[in-house]
Design a protein around this ligand. Structure first.
Ligand SMILES: [Zn+2]
Length: 460
């Protein structure tokens, strides 16, 4: 019934690039309904998101039309406003899916948006209740009909390196050298506002490192005939800025910058390649990050974050692994709750949540995943301790949703406290970002040198 109205009635469009048409609205119309507070557009290859934030919930009707492809949305209880018109200028020419947006007052109290599309899309429209810094949000996610495949991209990007590795004769591939153990060198302690970990976890970390030490270093390693794949997960993005420092730095920006440096360094190694779960400023739901890592058969999953705490003097780097049986400390539980809230702030539709119900259950293989993740975390802490003080000297554990790939050693790295003004400045410093990335590479190489991954089926 919506579609029937397309060619009837008065239509007054505002076009991007023209934009000279001004609608005259009566005072009564302006005073009616919800007030639009902000419009935001997050373009990305995965999907383009448009968010309308308002002081009251909005209801919509929409229709997809072809020849040419467009998405029409009627929003009830809204009148054209300068804020809404900002949407026209916020759609960029290089948006993967939206060519332009037109906006008109279709009827009194009903605004019509028309997104002219560059290709057919599968839209998801949903609203979000107020959360965190946001009031009511109306969200349009424009997904391509066929999702970009992270595996195809990775294989394309690393094809030459993969061929070079396969050409190596057997048994002649050098493994990365182990790094010296510097775990005792760094934590200064004394200024930690968060409660200490339990003795139990301390013992767990010690036994993990004892197991590592007991393992022979250079005896008959299995030969690596394939590239090792590291999934790098820059936390937050798009609607979810993550933690915000006192000077205004956003966690999502600094972690993306560190992640890109890390990717470059890993890709420069002859026997590794890296995949980013996001390489732009848009939100990726937590389970999608895990799915992407599993799709590329990742050998490791590194989620990169920057910490925040109410006390500005909290400082230092931390590493977290998954816990199958509750958090290792109140602080670790608090941190997991905070990071898991990313889906609420970032905004996940019901349809996406339903897909997540097929999410991986904790099973027997998780025990091995956690054991390997603790080893990986230990190696990372050793290396991180050379460029920053450590908040904790051992790997903490809690139920982080993003660490739940049952078959990939997975850790979450809090690179520093963005809530600490001194560390916020460091996180914005390019050479510090580089040092952190370098330290993570060292930790990863140390882990692989002591725990060479088993042979796997080739990806293709
Ligand atoms: Zn975070």
């Amino acid at each position: 019934m919506f579609v029937d109205k397309i060619n009837v009635g008065r239509r007054q469009w505002l076009r991007a690039g023209v934009g000279s048409l001004v609608l005259c609205l009566g005072r009564a119309e302006l005073a009616w309904g919800a007030e639009l507070l902000k419009v935001r557009v997050w373009p990305a290859l995965d999907y383009t998101r448009v968010t309308l934030e308002s002081d009251a919930p909005l209801t919509t009707h929409h229709a997809l039309l072809t020849d040419p492809d467009r998405l029409m949305i009627d929003i009830d209880g809204l009148v054209l406003s300068p804020t809404l018109r900002e949407l026209i200028g916020k759609v960029q020419a290089d948006d993967p899916y939206i060519a332009q947006v037109r906006i008109g007052q279709n009827r009194p109290h009903v605004v019509r948006l028309v997104f002219d599309l560059k290709e057919q899309v599968a839209p998801q429209l949903f609203s979000l209740a107020p959360v965190d810094r946001y009031q009511h949000r109306l969200v349009f996610d424009l997904y391509p009909l066929t999702a970009p495949d992270p595996l195809m991209k990775l294989l394309r990007d690393s094809a030459a390196k993969s061929r070079a590795m396969e050409a190596l004769p057997p048994l002649e591939l050098p493994l990365p050298l182990a790094l010296p153990d510097t775990s005792a060198a760094t934590n200064e302690g004394g200024d930690d506002p968060i409660a200490d970990l339990t003795r139990q976890i301390d013992q767990q970390a010690q036994s993990a490192s004892a197991a590592r030490a007991a393992r022979p270093m250079h005896n008959k390693k299995p030969v690596l005939q394939r590239l090792l794949t590291v999934a790098i997960d820059p936390g937050h993005g798009g609607e979810d800025p993550g933690a915000i420092g006192r000077a205004g730095s956003r966690e999502k920006d600094v972690v993306l910058s560190i992640a890109r440096r890390l990717q470059t360094k890993i890709d420069a190694l002859p026997n590794m390649r890296a995949m980013l779960t996001r390489d732009a400023d848009y939100f990726v739901p937590l389970h999608v990050r895990v799915q992407k890592a599993r799709r590329v058969n990742a050998d490791l999953f590194l989620s990169i974050h920057a910490d925040a705490f109410v006390m500005p003097h909290a400082r230092g780097a931390s590493v977290f692994a998954l816990s199958a049986h509750g958090a290792s400390s109140a602080a670790a539980r608090w941190m997991a709750n905070k990071e898991n809230a990313s889906d609420q702030v970032g905004g996940v539709s019901i349809a996406t949540k339903d897909k997540a119900t097929t999410r991986l259950l904790l099973d027997l293989s998780t025990t091995a995943q956690i054991r390997d993740s603790l080893k990986l975390g230990g190696a990372l802490l050793n290396a991180m301790g050379q460029v920053n003080r450590l908040h904790k000297r051992f790997v903490e554990q809690a139920s982080f949703a993003v660490l739940k790939a049952p078959d990939i050693p997975s850790v979450l790295i809090e690179t520093a406290f963005i809530s600490n003004p001194e560390e916020e400045a460091k996180l914005n410093n390019e050479s510090y970002q580089d040092q952190v990335a370098e330290a993570i590479v060292k930790g990863v190489r140390e882990y692989f040198s002591k725990n060479p991954p088993l042979a796997r089926q080739p990806l293709l």
